[in-house]
Design a protein around this ligand. Structure first.
Ligand code: SF4
Length: 464
């Protein structure tokens, strides 16, 4: 597309693009939030700026998620409500658009276009087509190119960036829709990612990166590269302070990667490692490809390599036909694994998956009770884990502040992913995106309070 700026109007191809506003709603995981960031960044080039208000928007976009039933329902009700809006273009992208674009366009007559998960980077062309007056259309084809190649796009001014390194998933867990909505695994080349992150550090002031993928630690298998070697390369970048990665699969936690958790100075002291169930028979029905014993062995090796590491997980309560004994195995696992926090959910069947076709005898009431038991037990463990950090000095990257009952506190995130609150030295002090050292003074299962020891400013001082 030929672009030419004429005062506040941008000429693109045969169309004028005056300044317009885009409102975009995101559902689901970090990958989706990151895709939204990419879409908004592309649309800047068509003269769009972001708005939080649907009423003042010229273009409404939805980035959908097919993993959780609740997110799904919210999206459909939200989309239905936009029917009354006039003089707007509306597009739906993401996982639901990938699998159900035809149904969406048939059912919601006011919808202009739908785009799948591989079409994110074609958003400018799609918006252009919508403004050209093209009839309703869907772009859901898969990217057939051999390598996955992109450049990270950012629209925010924070020092934290999400960097996609692999897309898709080859695991086909029996409850998961991702392999159908995101396709097969495809990795970016290691050198491309290193160059990308170097640019982010040098030109956008990025100090913390989170490497993203649905099955992130499977990274590089298609190119004879690996996550461990990528992290070691990224670690050499001056000015980059913290490296995180998510989401991992226990099957792909290699010894090489565990060793990097021990040796790297920049890799975060945190790993989110979804276990999903503490029962081997449930894990088999989930097609997870590991046993509880293997999983616990990984935690032992990780903690041996890095005694500071903090582990978190995902758990599904009430997988189809889960027995009381299988559920109790999950409660036992919580004791053995000692997680710092968990994301836990009731099983919800996703159409098109193997689990959705299983005959299931469990009721919502049983599922709800089991989920509450899991969460109550975890809170007890969490409280004990968090109390262990009272008295310790911890470095934070400050993410913002909040006020409660007239008192303002700032909050930052530690390398081990905990959010810690502290009082400012005075009410005028501004710590946004500063590095600070704090001493933890109290902790409960859900909050940590600290006192400020040292403010490094925007860069970590070599001498404290
Ligand atoms: S590894 Fe994760 S993304 Fe892949 S199928 Fe399993 S749950 Fe889904």
């Amino acid at each position: 597309m030929q672009e030419q700026e004429i005062s506040s109007i941008l000429r693109v191809g045969d169309l004028d693009f005056p300044k317009r506003k885009v409102w975009m709603k995101t559902y689901g995981c970090q990958m989706n939030y990151h895709d939204t960031e990419r879409v908004l960044s592309h649309l800047k080039e068509l003269n769009f700026e972001k708005t939080e208000s649907q009423e003042e928007a010229d273009l409404l976009l939805f980035n959908t998620c097919a993993i959780r039933d609740l997110a799904n329902q919210k999206f459909y009700s939200h989309l239905g409500n936009t029917k009354k809006l006039r003089d707007v273009k509306i597009g739906v992208g993401g996982c639901i658009a990938q699998t159900d674009s035809k149904e969406l366009l048939d059912k919601y007559k006011h919808l202009n276009f739908a785009f799948g998960t591989d079409a994110i980077d074609n958003i400018k062309e799609m918006v252009y087509r919508a403004y050209m007056g093209d009839d309703k259309f869907a772009v859901t084809s898969w990217d057939k190119s051999e390598n996955y190649s992109i450049e990270t796009k950012m629209t925010h001014g924070s020092p934290q960036a999400f960097v996609n390194i692999i897309k898709g998933c080859d695991k086909f867990c029996s409850y998961c829709i991702v392999p159908f909505t995101r396709g097969r695994e495809k990795s970016r080349r290691q050198q491309e990612i290193v160059d990308d992150v170097k640019k982010l550090v040098e030109y956008s002031g990025i100090q913390e990166v989170t490497l993203l993928g649905q099955n992130v630690n499977s990274y590089g298998k298609d190119n004879n590269e690996s996550l461990a070697s990528l992290i070691l390369d990224l670690e050499k970048i001056n000015g980059l302070e913290i490296i995180r990665y998510t989401t991992s699969h226990p099957y792909d936690v290699s010894d090489e990667l565990i060793a990097v958790h021990g040796s790297s100075k920049k890799l975060a002291n945190h790993l989110h490692l979804p276990v999903q169930s503490g029962s081997n028979t449930v894990l088999q029905r989930m097609l997870r490809q590991y046993s509880v014993e293997h999983y616990l062995g990984l935690l032992e090796k990780l903690r041996k390599a890095n005694p500071e590491i903090v582990i978190s997980t995902d758990i599904i309560a009430g997988f189809p036909n889960e027995t009381q004994e299988e559920h109790e195995d999950t409660l036992k696992l919580l004791d053995l694994a000692q997680y710092d926090f968990i994301y836990s959910y009731n099983f919800s069947a996703r159409p098109g998956t193997k689990a959705a076709r299983m005959q299931d005898i469990l009721t919502d009431e049983i599922r709800g009770r089991r989920l509450r038991e899991i969460q109550a037990k975890q809170l007890l463990i969490q409280e004990k884990m968090r109390k262990n950090i009272v008295g310790k000095t911890i470095r934070l990257l400050v993410e913002g502040k909040s006020s409660f009952k007239g008192e303002t506190k700032w909050k930052g995130r530690s390398s081990c992913f905990r959010i810690i609150h502290f009082k400012p030295e005075n009410n005028e002090a501004n710590y946004q995106w500063h590095w600070v050292d704090v001493k933890v003074i109290s902790a409960t299962a859900l909050s940590c309070q600290a006192e400020l020891l040292f403010d490094h400013g925007h860069k970590i001082s070599p001498i404290q």
